[in-house]
Design a binder for this molecule. Sequence first.
Ligand SMILES: *Cc1c(COP(=O)(O)O)cnc(C)c1O
Length: 376
Amino acid sequence: MSTSASSTSSALTFDITPRVDPVTEAEREVILSDPGFGNYFTDHMVAIDWSTDEGWHGARVQPYGPLLLDPAASVLHYGQEIFEGVKAYRHADGSVWTFRPEQNGERLQRSAYRLALPELPVDMFVESLRQVVQIDEAWVPSAPETSLYLRPFMIANESFLGVRPSQRVAYYVIASPAGAYFQGGVTDVSIWLSTQYSRAGRGGTGAAKCGGNYAASLLPQREAYENGCAQVLFLDSENGNRIEELGGMNVFLVKSDGTLVTPEINGSILEGVTRDSIITLAKARGIHVEERPVTVDEWRAGVADGSIVEAFACGTAAVVTPIAELKSDEFTLTMPPVEDRVSMSLRQELTDIQYGRIPDVHGWLVRLDAGETTEA
Ligand SMILES: *Cc1c(COP(=O)(O)O)cnc(C)c1O
């Protein structure tokens, strides 16, 4: 491959090989007018290699395209894989920003540790996002509530069928323009309560963002669809009565006195950046936030006696999604109609920060486009 440019981060130099046949501006405009989610990918990707001998090396920006994997690559057999989900947001002045990327970088390190993968330094992680956004900046949409969704991931690619941590690993970042998650306004969702399947157990990989957790959620997810629900709520595997989270989103309840209640980080729940941001914004408003075990019985009793008035899910992709009902084999719990919902007001504040519509008082935004590289 010919290298036509290079760009240096604090620790690594990225060799840059631009694509010779990029998507035309006209084609890209068609895609950006209705990208959906996860359907289209930008012209370039980032790749960094790792081996036990050389550590992190070979950082590069290359044309987006298929990976060449040996059929014996360990990721294909033992699922040694982790990922992240991050968005780049275009502000009204054209600049491009991301939200708390060091949180994702640190979480990728925690996931790596649990999956016996190497830990990518956080500054290299943030630089990898910057590299892909700078070369493909034209792919960041500008319509309201749209973004460029960034998907960093790491795979074990040693050709070896013995069961042990891979001695060769690759890290990539791909980027996909994302439309407004809810077209025509946020809609409430119905959630299926999975009583048969768990997503994570004590000492398992529930707190790591790894593909295997998602693989395990697909069968209950199908059950949810068959029951008219969009997502699955998983319970703890020990007692089977504490709510944990959805397949890819954390969960909150809102009490009639305004208190927010969410399951505490217990080793089997994924520690969402959105979850943490919601807690911070709520506390700044003087809202009391309880992180503690929450049972389905408490939720049902609270709705019955009027002390629990809202439920919502949160994550980077959909931000905040109000839950309309919780269904299971045995019951359907319908949330009451509420005006001026706390969930929607927190959603508004969070997206206003992300899109630069209100001041970033928490210092959460990091600029990614070439205009400037300092923090807000
Ligand atoms: C990614 C993810 C979340 C949400 O995390 P954010 O950082 O808020 O996007 C919640 N639960 C699971 C299982 C996840 O994989």
